[in-house]
Write a protein that binds this ligand. Structure first.
Ligand code: NAD
Ligand code: TDX
Length: 332
């Protein structure tokens, strides 16, 4: 049994990871989360209090981070400002949380000699052309496009430097786009599902030809656990499940699964600097650590996600009007 400190554990991927850890291990978890607009305490409400301890706080708070890290066997660092569109409106919190917050955690891990796993994104590699036969690998050069992805790239580089210069026992994972329960409704898939549930037409940015490489969030969690348990210190692992789809196809599938005509969506203003395509080659993770995704049928995983949002309106409805009002300001 180990004591894990999970930052951002009330967010989408962090809360799914905490559920995964409680269901598949005997570890104890302390969640450190600021509960920004994207954190939701209710995402952890069904978990046993005997194994999950919740601390509301900011990862930028070095004294708090130091105290919590001192009693942890490992830190799993999910906390971040995570939405590209928000980073275009106001980059400031992205620099604070993603860079200064990661710095505070690394200093604590260094001081207490604590195992550290850093959660990152495939967006650090920039984007690929639609017709490019290549996918991202661990040796693809960094080339981030947005304020969000550039701060994630910066945080990855801090982790690498703290490993090399100070011997912090760290690993990094860069994952592709996640879908599943507990995702904030600002993001593409839950935004469109909750739009249809509210009688609003889904909104597709630009041409809709942009490609994302979808992975079910529970497969992300199993990969992170495998890296935490068996990953080589100092290494980066790419996490992906061969799920490339263009946005138009995803919107049409959501509409079809929800019993609507496939073309009942609106085209809206494109995102500034919109990355064209992401695609992950996860050979290293699969061959070194024996990891495999469980969710191989995207339509089935999407249908289950739609059902989750249909049955958890209490979880998302309070923020729907405010989320859509922000998008409306940008014509999106
Ligand atoms: P999210 O926005 O749903 O959750 C982020 C969580 O971090 C929230 O609970 C929020 O309250 C918390 N938080 C934010 N600032 C904080 C601070 N200063 N101190 C403490 N807590 C703070 O994001 P997500 O989609 O779950 O992403 C989690 C991580 O996974 C991020 O690091 C993101 O870069 C990475 N990632 C996300 C995806 C994806 O598809 N969503 C893909 C690859 C990697
Ligand atoms: O309403 C929309 N319409 C639309 O066409 C929204 C919200 C998005 N989009 C497009 C933009 C992207 O091409 O859908 C795609 C997915 O958009 P997001 O859900 O905002 O995700 P993305 O920008 O790809 O980033 C996500 O994956 C990588 C996460 O938000 C990041 O945290 C992660 O690092």
């Amino acid at each position: 049994m180990a004591q894990l400190l999970v930052t951002g554990g009330a967010g989408f991927i962090g809360s799914n990871f905490v559920h995964h850890v409680i269901n598949h291990t005997d570890h104890h978890v302390t969640v450190l989360d600021k509960l920004t607009y994207s954190g939701n305490r209710a995402s952890l409400s069904e978990l046993p209090e005997s194994r999950v301890n919740f601390v509301r706080g900011d990862i930028v708070d070095a004294a708090l981070v130091d105290r919590l890290t001192a009693s942890a066997d490992a830190v799993v660092h999910y906390a971040a400002e995570s939405h590209n569109d928000n980073s275009l409106r106001n980059p400031h919190p992205f620099l604070q949380t993603n860079l200064v917050g990661t710095f505070a955690l690394l200093e604590a891990a260094r001081k207490h000699d604590t195992r550290f796993h850093h959660i990152s994104t495939d967006e650090v590699y920039g984007d690929l052309a639609l017709e490019d036969p290549c996918r991202f690998t661990e040796s693809t050069p960094y080339n981030p496009s947005s304020p969000y992805s550039s701060t994630k790239a910066g945080s990855d580089l801090l982790v690498r430097a703290w490993t090399r210069s100070f011997g912090v026992a760290a690993t990094i994972s860069n994952c592709s786009n996640n879908y599943g329960p507990f995702q904030h409704i600002e993001k593409f898939i839950p935004r469109q599902i909750t739009n249809v549930l509210r009688g609003i037409r889904p909104k597709l940015y630009g041409s809709g030809h942009n490609v994302r490489d979808w992975i079910h969030v529970d497969d992300h969690s199993s990969a992170v656990l495998a890296i935490l348990e068996k990953g080589r210190i100092g290494e980066t692992y790419l996490i992906g499940a061969d799920g490339e789809k263009d946005n138009k196809t995803v919107v049409e599938l959501i509409l079809t699964l929800m019993g609507q005509p496939a073309d009942a969506y609106d085209r809206v203003a494109d995102r500034a600097g919109h990355d064209l395509r992401y695609a992950i080659d996860s050979t290293k993770l699969r061959s070194e650590l024996g990891w495999q995704p469980e969710y191989r049928d995207f339509a089935q995983g999407l249908a289950a996600t739609i059902e989750w949002y249909r049955h958890h309106e209490d979880w998302w409805s309070a923020g729907k009007d405010a989320t859509e009002a922000l998008y409306a300001l940008l014509g999106q």
